[in-house]
Write a protein that binds this ligand. Structure first.
Ligand code: CMP
Length: 148
């Protein structure tokens, strides 16, 4: 089924033009349609609010700081089973595990640490809706689906 997901290229990767371009190309090579794309810089409070479910975890402060440390790129992507496919391309959250279990994934190839792990992707239909609304408050998924 045709699905939308939110994909973020995090500040560690946006800071490096060659990696940013490689990731953009990987999106196109994997048959995603880029529905929306923009570069944004979060204030600390945007970061805290987006990752509120992780408040209290040991990595929360460093995550919040990292995600508001510089520009990132936020895409709305569409394809069959977009949520699963983007997560499969990213690989496991933890870089060590990614390098050992799935060396061809984005995080295995470009991730720096468990926090600075290159990309984010929605993990369910519900979080995709929430996260798309977070970055693109005016975006109407139903309208976009109808046009397709
Ligand atoms: P993301 O997919 O954006 O969702 C939550 C983020 O928290 C995750 O990617 C990492 O950047 C960070 N994170 C998750 N688990 C850990 C961990 N064990 N140590 C450090 N950072 C983590």
């Amino acid at each position: 089924v045709l699905q939308l997901t939110l994909a973020v290229i995090k500040p560690d990767a946006v800071a490096h033009p060659v990696i940013l371009e490689a990731l953009h190309q990987r999106i196109l090579d994997n048959n995603f349609v880029i529905v929306r794309s923009k570069d944004v810089v979060w204030r600390r409070q945007d970061s805290e609010s987006f990752y509120a479910e992780h408040s209290g975890r040991f990595f929360y402060q460093r995550l919040v700081e990292f995600m508001s440390s510089g520009p990132m790129r936020a895409y709305v992507l569409a394809r069959e089973d977009a949520i699963h496919h983007w997560r499969a391309l990213m690989g496991p959250t933890k870089v060590f595990r990614a390098r050992h279990t799935s060396p061809a994934t984005i995080r295995a190839q470009f991730g720096l640490t468990d926090t600075r792990n290159t990309t984010h992707g929605s993990d369910s239909v519900e979080s995709a809706q929430r996260e798309i609304r977070f970055f693109y408050p005016d975006f109407c998924a139903e309208e976009w689906m109808e046009k397709e």
